[in-house]
Structure formats: structure tokens, C-alpha cells
Design a protein around this ligand. Structure first.
Ligand code: SF4
Ligand code: SF4
Ligand code: SF4
Length: 348
């Protein structure tokens, strides 16, 4: 049964079980969030998504509030804006004024919210945290908890997406902090270096180590592609700058894997521009490989294929290739080479 409600004076229909935040987003009403991510269990921790709901007392976090029939919601009243500015001021009071050199600049949800509500950064005279930068020896994830806003997205991403439960929140009050296991290193706590926590972190607290300093998000062209490491077929975005792949980032629209990737898919891209890679075809002449031109190599391959037509030819396709490539391989075998001897490494 659809639920009829009103958002900012506009009548809308929402689905039962939706949160007010989901209903707003589905109807083009923008509400800022920090702790919320559509892939993760809602927490209502950051209080940035607060709204006013008629007949309800105070401001309510829209991410954890279910829609109900006849609900009347206001998302940008002076009271709401004042509360959001206060939340952001509080976060900035214990946050380094570091955007210019921060890896997350241009891709930081805290920065975006602060910009949207024009909250100035002021030096804070009270107590602030001081954590070691790059304090964890993990080879792939760079930690700077001075930029952590305790949104717990990393905790939920590691537990709910990767199933590793590496991160947790230790202590209480001002001493609250994100820790791996019982405050040990990430690897000691069972981390698989999948990078999901960095992908979901809304600030520069957790970032990818291997691409640090390689460019701003807005300087990189994103090219969606399919991973070649295994047969799962995960998709992600190659981040290309100056004609080189400098980083890999999750693509939330990837049908198979969403934002999830394994350590190889996310961080194993250095081979792309490795100096040892073959850039010219080699032909074996008198027992040794000799550099050749593409014209010469392709002519030789075509000639050998022509000689091998029929049942002396077989193809072994690969789970590491895409469905489309595997389709072409079998089509080539049957239609061009005249053989049905087609097999696949993942058949058994
Ligand atoms: S985490 Fe975001 S707000 Fe904080 S310094 Fe980096 S870019 Fe700026
Ligand atoms: S890298 Fe992956 S396994 Fe390691 S802490 Fe982050 S989410 Fe968990
Ligand atoms: S490290 Fe990032 S994701 Fe984790 S709580 Fe801090 S800001 Fe949130």
C-alpha cells in the first residue's frame, strides 16, 4: 500500500518501510547526510539529516524515521538549518583545517556540507584530538583519525559488506575513537585490505595509500571497466589522469559487486603501466623471441589460424574474460575456425 505524505508542501507517495530520508531522496528533495549511506544500516548518529515533522516534538533524524500515512515533513526550515550548522560547527571544532593538502579534498562529504551551509572553520581553544597520521602499517589503507567524524561508516562497511568486523568504537565521550580489534593494527584485527572502509569513509580519515598525491577527484576521468582478476566480473572505475590509471574507485552502480572489491581488484593495478610489460609483439624465430611489428604478428597469426581450420583447432575460454569476450571466442571457433571444440576453464 502506498503511503501518502507531504514533503515541503508537495504531496508525494512513498512505499511502506521507507525512511523519510529515502522518500525525500526518491522525490528529488536533497538532504545532507554524513553517517548515512544507502548500502549500510541506518544509524541516526550524525544528526545532519534532521527534519521537522508536524505533530512530532523536536527535530528528528530522517534516516531512521519510517514514513507514515499523512506525515507532513519540512526539510529546510530555519530551525533545521540552524541545527545542521551547529552539528557542522561541532565537527569542525575538532577537525584540522587541512583541506588544501588533504587527500579527500573535492571528494569529501564533510567539506561539501560545510560549503553548503557556509560554516566557517574557527580555531578551537578547547581540547582537541591528536592522533598519529598514517599510524597503521596497513599497506593499502592510509589512516588519519584526526579527520574522523565518528560516523561509523567504516565499522558498518567492514562488518556488513566485507564481513570482517575489523573496526569498532572504543571508549566513551570525548575519548571515543575508531579502533581496529582491541586497538591493534588493522592486519592483526583480521583486515583483508579490501579498502571498503576507505571507500565508504566520508572524509579523509581513511583513504587509499597507493594513490595518495596522484590527483584530485575532479582532475581524473573515470572509465568504468570489468576486473580481469577472476570470474566474478566486478566492475569499478579506472581513474585516469594524464593518460595513466592512477587509482581505482568503487562504482556504486556496479551490478555484480556494488561498492565492494577485493584487494586485487581495488589495489592491484600497478601492472597496467609497469615497465616490464610487453608493448610490442614478439615472434619466436630460431628458438628465440624477437620484437616484431603488429602487422607482421597479426599476419602470422592469421596464416597459422588458416592452416589449423577444422577439428585440429580448439579454444579454451576463460572465466577472467567478460561474457561478451567469451561469446566472441566461441563464435570465432564455430563460425571462422569450423570447430565445436570449445571449452571453458570454469566448466567443471
Ligand atoms: S577530511 Fe574533508 S573537511 Fe577534513 S581536511 Fe580533508 S577535505 Fe577538509
Ligand atoms: S580494508 Fe576491508 S577488511 Fe580491512 S578494515 Fe577496511 S573494510 Fe575491513
Ligand atoms: S574513519 Fe571515516 S568512516 Fe570511520 S568513523 Fe571516521 S569518518 Fe567515519
Amino acid at each position: 500500500m502506498p503511503i501518502s505524505m507531504t514533503i515541503n508542501g508537495k504531496a508525494i507517495q512513498a512505499k511502506e518501510g521507507m525512511s523519510v530520508l529515502d522518500a525525500c531522496w526518491a522525490n528529488g528533495v536533497s538532504i545532507p547526510t554524513l553517517c548515512h549511506h544507502p548500502d549500510l544500516t541506518p544509524m541516526g548518529a550524525c544528526r545532519l539529516c534532521v527534519v521537522e515533522v508536524e505533530k512530532m516534538r523536536g527535530l528528528v533524524a530522517s534516516c531512521t524515521l519510517p514514513v507514515s500515512e499523512g506525515m507532513v515533513v519540512h526539510t529546510e526550515t530555519p530551525k533545521v538549518v540552524e541545527e545542521r550548522k551547529f552539528v557542522l560547527e561541532m565537527l569542525l571544532s575538532d577537525h584540522p583545517n587541512d583541506c588544501m593538502t588533504c587527500e579527500a579534498d573535492g571528494n569529501c562529504e564533510l567539506q561539501n556540507a560545510v560549503y553548503q551551509y557556509q560554516v566557517p572553520w574557527k580555531p578551537h581553544k578547547g581540547k582537541t584530538h591528536s592522533y598519529p597520521v598514517d599510524g597503521d602499517p596497513n599497506p593499502f589503507v592510509f589512516t588519519d583519525f584526526n579527520k574522523c567524524i565518528l560516523c561509523t561508516r567504516c565499522v558498518r562497511a567492514c562488518a556488513e559488506i566485507q564481513g570482517r568486523n575489523v573496526w569498532g568504537v572504543a571508549n566513551r565521550g570525548f575519548r571515543d575513537k575508531i579502533v581496529a580489534g582491541a586497538d591493534v593494527t588493522m592486519l592483526e584485527a583480521g583486515c583483508e585490505s579490501c579498502g571498503a572502509c576507505a571507500a565508504y569513509c566520508p572524509t579523509g580519515a581513511l583513504t587509499d595509500k597507493s594513490s595518495r598525491g596522484s590527483g584530485r577527484a575532479y582532475q581524473m576521468k573515470k572509465v568504468t571497466t570489468t576486473c580481469v582478476y577472476c570470474g566474478v566480473g566486478c566492475q569499478f572505475d579506472l581513474n585516469v589522469k594524464g593518460g595513466k590509471v592512477v587509482k581505482i574507485s568503487s562504482n556504486a552502480k556496479a551490478a555484480v559487486n556494488g561498492m565492494a572489491l577485493c584487494v586485487k581488484g581495488r589495489y592491484g593495478y600497478n601492472f597496467i603501466h609497469h615497465k616490464d610489460r610487453l608493448t610490442k609483439p614478439l615472434i619466436k624465430k630460431d628458438g628465440a623471441f624477437v620484437e616484431s611489428t603488429w602487422d607482421e604478428a597479426l599476419t602470422l597469426v592469421a596464416q597459422k589460424f588458416a592452416e589449423a581450420k577444422g577439428d585440429s583447432f580448439a579454444v579454451l575460454a576463460s572465466a577472467k574474460a567478460t561474457n561478451e569476450e567469451n561469446y566472441l571466442i566461441q563464435k570465432f571457433a564455430r563460425a571462422v575456425m569450423g570447430t565445436n571444440s570449445v571449452d571453458h576453464c570454469a566448466r567443471l
